[in-house]
Design a protein around this ligand. Structure first.
Ligand code: GLP
Length: 241
């Protein structure tokens, strides 16, 4: 595992810059992208750089990490809508493909199965955020290293976050997420973590026992895990004992 700790001010620009460098060296990247407050400033910085011609998504494939079940297609909290607004609609040319979770056309179980097939085609780089309860994607506590892509009964805190933090019009019923098995099968993982409210859970994910209480801890078993944190989030993992 590689741990990069960056200043709060430099964090988003650095992650965006590293993504640009990856796209330049590997234009046909198959990227798995999360939504949420953590990656939003990265996407803003990345969109600016792509618009400036530093790199292009033209040959890249984008696979959405997770999605709510039970929100309208135009709900502001929808993950597909957020990724379009924050990144994909802001850049030209568009990616070669953008795979959303097909919750509007298919029953949830089938939408999860179709999304799993997309991920089974391979992911070169997976970006992840870290939930306050240690989840990655919607792999809630109780998930294991071999948890598959599936419909997840979310913890109440995760469901309420859709309304309280992301402005959803109603509390979603469930989530669909790429499974930890698929995340671990990605060639490379970047775990993005910012803010003091994530300091304790990041410490548990990186220094605590590897297990289902903190699903993000399973990422440590990946040979190419890079944790990119700001100083506030990394406060408890960088202190000297
Ligand atoms: C959400 C999403 C995750 C996200 C995480 C952290 O519920 N399902 O994919 O990474 O929680 O969100 P945030 O970055 O807003 O703190």
């Amino acid at each position: 595992m590689e741990l990069d700790v960056l200043s709060v001010d430099a964090w988003a620009e650095r992650v965006a810059g590293d993504l640009v460098a990856r796209l330049v060296s590997e234009p046909a990247l198959r990227l798995c992208l999360p939504t949420g407050d953590t990656p939003a400033p990265v996407y803003a910085a990345l969109a600016t750089r792509l618009e400036a011609g530093e790199a292009s998504l033209q040959r890249a494939t984008v696979v959405l990490l997770d999605e709510w079940v039970g929100l309208d297609p135009d709900d502001p909290a929808r993950c597909d809508g957020r990724l379009r607004r924050e990144l994909l609609d802001r850049v030209r040319p568009r990616p070669a493909a953008f795979y959303t979770v097909r919750v509007d056309e298919l029953p949830p179980g089938e939408a999860a199965a179709r999304h799993d097939e997309v991920a089974a085609g391979g992911l070169s780089l997976t970006l992840l955020g870290l939930g306050a309860n240690g989840h990655v994607g919607f792999n809630e506590p109780g998930s294991t290293a071999d948890s598959p892509t599936r419909v997840v009964a979310l913890e109440m805190g995760s469901r309420e976050a859709a309304v309280e933090r992301y402005g959803a019009g109603r509390i979603p019923e469930a989530g669909i997420t790429l499974g930890i098995d698929r995340l671990l099968a990605s060639d490379e993982i970047w775990l993005l973590v910012t803010g003091a409210r994530k300091a304790e859970v990041l410490e548990r994910a990186l220094r605590g026992p590897m297990g289902p209480d903190v699903p993000a801890s399973f990422l440590r078993s990946h040979p190419r895990l890079r944790v990119i944190a700001d100083t506030a989030a990394a406060a408890l993992v960088t202190r000297t004992p």
